[in-house]
Ligand binder design. Sequence first.
Ligand SMILES: *Cc1c(COP(=O)(O)O)cnc(C)c1O
Length: 459
Amino acid sequence: MSRTISRRSFMTSAAVAGAVATTPSLGHAAVRARPVGPTVAAAGADKPALLGGPPVRSTPFPSWPVVDEREKKALLDVLHSGNWFRGSGQTVTRFEEAWATLTGARHCLATANGTSALFVSLAGLDVGPGDEVILPPYTFVATVNVILLHHALPIFVDSDIETFQIDAGKIEEAVTDRTTALLPVHLGGNACDLDAILGIADRRRVPVLEDACQAHLGEWRGRKLGTLGTAGCFSFQASKNLNSGEGGAILTNDEALAERFYAFHNNSRGRRGGGPGFSYGDRRGANLRLTEFQAGLLLAQMTRLEEQSRTRDENARHLTAQLDEIPGIHPARRHEGCTRNGYHLYMARYQAEEFEGLPRERFLEALRAEGVPCSSGYSPLNKEPFLKTTLESRGYRRIYPPEVLAEWEERTRCPVNDRLCERGVWFGQTMLLGPRQDMDDIAAAIRKVRANAAALAKA
Ligand SMILES: *Cc1c(COP(=O)(O)O)cnc(C)c1O
């Protein structure tokens, strides 16, 4: 996959796992087909599928979304009620209460999507022009976009190659008196080092906004991700582990902040405010509300979330145990405090040296040919050309001193992340929803490609 293609597929799918799920080797019809079990080994079965042998798997992995009568009823209930927006119905409020209860947060606000959850949160935290926000370079583009939308300066801190998360040991040296928020991400559903990050936030008196858009039901020392910082954001975009097509939510335990979030997402009108006619709060706002239909879908999808999360976790543990036996494939490690991984993505590092020098793209192509969808994951976000054009724009030049803009590129270099991006291998969350045999197939396909690496590298 070329860099251009992977970037385009990220944009069209609006989420990276979409790129995994829409791998060309699995057409729509194939996804709907009934699994019939693994391919029976035949003569020449050890020949790689890419070189004409039979694939390890000819049956699809589980399809997504999972839907039954529950979703149908939820949608029809809203439809027939005639109350399609939160101002006239109660479904969004019911979802907010359910998500707060499940995660253990005091307040929840549903939003139009994960991007708007982050956007609303930064507005509520008063992030604006002239401010700096710290984030990891290994993340979905929305994490940086929301910073730019508030005309703040994104400060990337390098990745930790073992966990794929922000290297918390490098955050404090990036904090300045202009730092207004830390925006760490729980990448793939795995957790960043919250002990270290919350410690820095405490010492330097800056709020932590957790981007938990990939981390539904993930945990840090038994507490749900998205509830440990000042606020935490979720996405319910179609590829995410909880799905309403589009959707998002913010969690916080701070009541005043919750009220600010609400007013910002509701055109500057507070939860209790409003009254007759038009009356507004004292801050700017926008319309970033979730619809009643989406809330109905979320309540229905939530009935399966715990069980699906458990299945992913069990399958992922089984897969990791097998991949740990294969030289050159290194599954992402967990920080000791991560007591549960939300597994939006199963991430690993590929080491071509252990595969006879077989380039990663060729390795991925060979895996796909074996019936195992996969992708190369993110490319370095801190090097995206749109960041430079934004920083060179008229507005940014008016806001920031020339020396701040001039040193930005050097300040946000992330050499470890550059290496990580060259080595990433991803499997999407839906691949973890089937039987354990599916994990054995993934491992078998990798072993097969490795055994034939020299031939594949030459062909
Ligand atoms: C999906 C995602 C978002 C944005 O969510 P949308 O609902 O697509 O707007 C933000 N951050 C991360 C890490 C994500 O994966």
